[in-house]
Design a protein around this ligand. Structure first.
Ligand code: AMP
Length: 207
């Protein structure tokens, strides 16, 4: 099964993946995380995408497909794409390499999403996500690494990412609805409620 997760930044895609990974052995392809790994390793691709990501924009199609194709080649079995595709041209490129069975749209309004992002801390080592009011120090409860605010979780970058989402990613909702694979989930609910809702739609998908 091939699934795409679509949702504004802060809609809980990462948390959902964490929960899904406990029940099924999917291969997760998160383009943002793959880019962050390239940046951490200081590769040429990482150096190229770093300033683009920091201002909240999207690197070009060719660069994006480089990391996606590499991840697909290494994958086994079912795939979940996190934050990919984000543009119509990415969706066209994906259609050429695999058939999408479900597109899960985590619907959330911008003000709730922004509050979540400004409160978010991410482990620089394992990318575990937590929030500022849940922890007492900046040590990752999973791996002991350092928790920090992501470079692109600044008010200006968040606003730009929301703008990009509305302008270039939202059209994908209509596209996947037309294809009959769209499942919409209310992402303002708790992490557990969203997870349970997604489990339901993974069996029945008709909204
Ligand atoms: P995320 O981790 O999904 O919040 O993504 C962080 C950043 O990574 C985005 O703001 C983009 O700069 C980049 N990125 C993530 N997914 C994509 C994608 N599908 N296409 C292009 N850039 C992406």
């Amino acid at each position: 099964m091939q699934i795409v997760l679509i949702g504004i930044q802060g809609s809980g895609k990462g948390e959902l993946i964490k929960n899904l990974s406990k029940i099924k052995d999917f291969t997760y392809v998160s383009v943002g995380a793959l880019f962050r790994q390239e940046i951490a390793k200081k590769t040429a691709l990482g150096k190229f995408v770093e300033p683009i990501m920091a201002r909240g924009d999207l690197p070009d199609l060719q660069t994006t497909m480089k990391v996606v194709n590499k991840a697909i080649k290494k994958s086994k079995g079912d795939l979940v794409f996190d934050g990919f595709p984000r543009t119509t041209e990415q969706a066209d490129a994906l259609d050429k390499i695999c058939k999408i069975d479900k597109a899960i749209y985590l619907k959330l309004n911008k003000s709730v999403a922004k509050k979540r992002l400004l409160n978010r801390l991410t482990c620089v080592n394992c990318q575990h996500i937590t929030s500022k009011n849940e922890i007492k120090n900046l040590i990752c409860p999973v791996c002991g690494g350092k928790l920090a605010t992501r470079h692109d979780d600044t008010p200006a970058s968040i606003d730009q990412r929301f703008k990009v989402f509305e302008e270039v990613t939202m059209p994908l909702i209509a596209r996947y609805k037309k294809q009959g694979v769209l499942c919409q989930v209310d992402a303002s609910k708790t992490i557990q409620e969203v997870f349970e809702e997604v489990l339901k739609v993974l069996n029945v998908c008709n909204n």
